[in-house]
Design a protein around this ligand. Structure first.
Ligand SMILES: Cc1cc2nc3c(=O)[nH]c(=O)nc-3n(C[C@H](O)[C@H](O)[C@H](O)COP(=O)(O)O)c2cc1C
Length: 234
């Protein structure tokens, strides 16, 4: 697969089929993930693949409770999902949240069917910086394999319980960074188009310096380049 196709279409997929992901596919996903950059190449990461149905049922209960906590925070106007970037369209964000809640409800309601959970642990992940390249590589490699999924953090609300259920050696400093729910998607892959365009979120030489080109449409799939990359209006 073309790298741009993977970059543009690796959406978060929450409607997953129960079909198992073969072990060799899982190996390719994780083997790509461990090639990711990491500070000092210390590789202080550990991935726990969970496909035990009983364990997944237990995580389903915990996930639904953890998600309820996040949505309580959201309705109280707190938590990471509330505020858009300054200057962003609040209406567009509300629409994104509405859609995300719909597909999130599906994931939560069908959690027991998810074929594979991938828990990602790190020691001192530098606020995520040291582990998210590996997570993103895993998701991109999964995309190349036709496997979709979503990165979730809500189970960190019950980190102690997760550690206990998975037997994590917490005394060594391991902490859960994220949990990826992975499976073959029910829906179709599409371009992540609901993003503010490059020229609205980039500048040149100083914060308020125009970036220099405008990108009104996603540049993949390639169209007529002249029609999609416009010189910035003077
Ligand atoms: C740090 C981080 C945490 C996230 N946590 C969750 C989560 O707990 N549940 C969820 O359904 N999606 C989660 N996501 C996925 C985002 O909601 C998703 O990337 C965003 O809505 C854009 O959607 P798209 O990638 O499908 O275009 C998370 C993404 C990141 C980067």
């Amino acid at each position: 697969m073309d790298i741009y196709e993977a970059l543009y279409t690796t959406r978060m997929m929450r409607r997953l089929r129960p079909d198992p992901i073969p072990l060799d596919t899982q190996a390719r996903i994780l083997d790509a993930a461990v090639r990711a950059p990491n500070g000092g190449n210390t590789q202080r990461w550990h991935f726990v693949a969970v496909d035990d149905r009983e364990l997944i049922r237990a995580f389903a209960q915990l996930f639904r409770q953890a998600r309820a906590i996040e949505y309580e925070k959201f309705s109280a106007g707190a938590g990471p999902m509330v505020a858009t970037a300054p200057g962003a369209d609040a209406g567009a964000h509300a629409e994104t949240m509405r859609r995300m809640q719909g597909s999130g409800n599906y994931l939560a309601d069908h959690f027991e069917e998810i074929p594979l959970l991938l828990f990602v642990f790190a020691i001192d992940d530098l606020g995520g910086a040291n582990i998210y390249p590996a997570i993103w590589s895993a998701l991109l490699a999964a995309r190349a394999e036709g496997v979709g999924g979503v990165m979730t953090m809500v189970l960190r609300n019950f980190a102690d319980r997760v550690n206990e259920m998975l037997g994590v050696p917490v005394d060594e400093g391991w902490k859960m960074s994220a949990m990826l729910a992975l499976g073959y998607p029910r829906g179709k892959w599409g371009v992540a188009a609901n993003r503010r365009p490059v020229h609205e979120v980039s500048s040149r030489n100083r914060w308020d310096g125009p970036f220099g080109v405008e990108v009104p449409q996603p540049l993949w799939p390639p169209r007529d380049a002249a029609a999609t990359v416009l010189p910035a209006a003077g």
